[in-house]
Ligand binder design. Structure first.
Ligand code: SF4
Length: 467
């Protein structure tokens, strides 16, 4: 119904002027009266290109307003003094939409209002106030993200995402994102980047994150992060970036090319963290130096330009052991249990790659769990809330009454049982990809709204005035 270029212009104007939809009936009445007086009022059904009506051309019939959703006549609602905000028939929220300039019904999803008539989305003042009050009332503003370089594995689920869910259940305000820009330093296949991003959002939800409580978004939905990274690069010496372990390792590797994106990566990560003024950042230990850099950048900027950023705290994710020892990671699929692996695949991986106490020569020879490289540590990681079961594994291993093969098979069954509820929710959500896309869309709108406020402060501090 509306020209896209026209709507884009309207949205841009609304964004720069911070125009919000009006949901208060008194204000809607005042707006109708005002628009009538200046001849700009157009009742529902008029094209946006129709010539503005002259004030005296508006008859009482022109004021007949209908709920966009159920077509119920809602004109009376604006005429009575009572504060009625909803359509009496379908209970839809009623609002005055500044994009299509009409009194329309609206749908509220994940604290974002969408006009049912022109589909414009609004993070309203009420939403911003709600988000801000949650900020203030929160113990922590938690922020974390995962790169979209591949399928999630057990290490991501038990080491990171399960803790995200626990933070959400506390009095925290949580923001979790998919780091799709960070992915581009590793992955160049656009199809994979897009599919992985959606898959990680699905995994977040399957693991139990609630989009009504947490802001779940893609990093690329918030262009303000890139602008913030640019400003941070102006106060960050290059030499310090070159001394970061990840950058140093890459510089040493003769077979890899270092791109500007690699050097810029920590700055983008600092913008991810400082943009929403996060107070707590759960992170894997390999990313800890980057969080430390974000902390020092916040201090440096605050000292030079006045207090703007919050210096966050860091919390290290739990380390889940890989099959070949060390940390379970995306770089080696044979050393990882993927969340999509079946019981047979998990058992096969453990039987093939799991490393036990190498000094154990026969099934009945006593073993030493502390020398068991990847099987016993996984029992400890998974069953930390069931210490008596870990004790049984330890005792049977030391006595020689437990063979390594059966020990690996039992572990595979434990992992499979723990993954089962996740898999069921994952299967349900994979049938509802539209819902997952909506979560990311509305999460992105809210994240933008939050991060924009920091960006405006930074611009002001730096004297960047957009004219
Ligand atoms: S019995 Fe189990 S804990 Fe002991 S060495 Fe073998 S796999 Fe490791």
């Amino acid at each position: 119904m509306y020209d896209k270029v026209y709507l884009r212009k309207v949205f841009e104007k609304m964004r720069t002027q911070n125009i919000q939809p009006v949901t208060n009936p008194d204000q809607i009445r005042a707006l109708i009266a005002h628009e009538k007086s200046v001849g700009a009022y157009r009742p529902i059904g008029w094209s946006s290109y129709a010539a503005p009506l002259k004030p005296n051309a508006i008859s009482n019939e022109s004021l007949v307003l209908h709920c966009t959703k159920c077509n119920n006549n809602t004109s009376g609602i604006y005429e009575v003094a009572d504060v009625i905000r909803r359509c009496p028939a379908c209970r839809s929220l009623l609002m005055y939409c500044p994009a299509c300039k009409s009194c329309a019904s609206a749908t509220e999803k994940f604290s974002v209002i969408s006009c049912d008539r022109c589909s414009a989305d609004f993070v309203t003042n009420t939403t911003v106030e709600y988000l801000a009050s949650r900020d203030r009332a929160s113990r922590e503003i938690v922020l974390s993200g995962i790169r979209a370089i591949g399928e999630l594995h057990l290490g991501n689920l038990f080491g990171a995402v399960q803790q995200f869910v626990e933070y959400e259940h506390g009095d925290n305000f949580c923001m979790y994102f998919i780091a799709d820009w960070h992915t581009l330093t590793t992955l160049r296949d656009p199809r994979k980047v897009a599919l992985n991003s959606l898959a990680i959002a699905t995994d977040y939800l399957a693991a139990g994150l609630n989009p009504e409580r947490s802001v779940i978004y893609s990093q690329s939905s918030v262009p303000e992060i890139a602008e913030l990274a640019l400003y941070l690069s102006m106060v960050q010496p290059k030499l310090q970036l070159e001394h970061l372990p990840t950058v140093k390792d890459l510089a040493k590797d003769k077979h890899s090319t270092m791109y500007m994106g690699h050097l810029h990566y920590p700055l983008l990560m600092a913008a991810d963290i400082l943009g929403p003024k996060a107070t707590l950042v759960p992170v894997g230990y390999d990313q800890a130096p980057n969080v430390e850099l974000a902390m020092s950048l916040a201090d440096k900027f605050n000292r030079q330009f006045g207090t703007t950023f919050v210096t966050p705290k860091m919390s290290l994710n739990k380390v889940v052991p890989g099959l070949a020892g060390g940390k379970m990671g995306k770089s080696n699929e044979d050393s990882s249990v993927l969340l999509s692996d079946t019981l047979d695949q998990i058992s096969e991986k453990y039987l093939r790659y799991g490393i036990t106490d190498k000094r154990r020569s026969t099934r009945s020879a006593p073993g030493n769990p502390s020398q068991c490289v990847s099987v016993y540590p996984m029992y400890e990681a998974l069953l930390e809330k069931r210490p008596e079961e870990i004790k049984i594994v330890e005792t049977e291993c030391r006595e020689g009454s437990r063979g390594c093969r059966e020990c690996k098979l039992q572990l595979s069954r434990e992992i499979d049982a723990l993954l089962q509820p996740f898999r069921e929710r994952r299967a349900e959500l994979s049938e509802k990809q539209k819902y997952v896309e909506e979560v990311l869309h509305y999460g992105g709108l809210k994240a933008r709204e939050i991060i924009q406020h920091t960006l405006w402060e930074v611009r002001e501090r730096l004297g960047i005035l957009s004219h």
